[in-house]
Ligand binder design. Structure first.
Ligand SMILES: [Fe+2]
Length: 151
């Protein structure tokens, strides 16, 4: 993904963890692509909707992996992910109905995603950065050779 995708991510939603920020930006970019495609075809474009859902699933797994690597408790955050994914899955499945509101779906995904970044991912970003600083500090200390007293 090029840096151009970062322009899709509002500054207020940057959490300063590059891997996560790039995935967030990609998701917003894909939502715009999906919206444009639905307008162009005047229909729900299922393949692109499923691609967005898969990006979301992969993204949740990324956050879970980073949290586990940093030794963070991810229980509540993981529950929010499962709730978000099941809500979006239900909405996607409902798109098969003829009266389905595709733009309502897009608003729903954007709302959930922005709220999730604000309420959960910003805190995760702080914890991950703090954990990385602690780890760097420990590596710095560990890099000193054991001092032998010559007195
Ligand atoms: Fe998250």
């Amino acid at each position: 993904m090029g840096n151009s995708s970062l322009s899709y991510l509002p500054n207020a939603l940057v959490i300063e963890v590059p891997e996560i920020d790039h995935q967030h930006a990609r998701l917003f970019e894909q939502l715009e692509v999906f919206k444009a495609s639905c307008i162009e075809h005047n229909a729900f474009v299922s393949e692109e909707a499923e691609a967005i859902f898969q990006i979301l699933v992969d993204h949740c797994a990324t956050e879970e992996r980073l949290a586990a690597q940093a030794g963070l408790d991810f229980g509540r955050h993981g529950d929010k992910h499962r709730l978000m994914l099941s809500g979006i899955r239900k909405r996607l499945d409902a798109m098969a109905h003829p009266e389905a509101d595709v733009y309502g779906l897009i608003r729903y995904v954007e709302y959930w995603f922005e709220r999730h970044i604000t309420e959960e991912d910003k805190g995760l970003g702080q914890q991950l950065r703090q954990s990385a600083r602690l780890s760097e500090g420990k590596q710095f200390v560990d890099s000193f050779p054991a001092q032998q007293s010559s007195y």
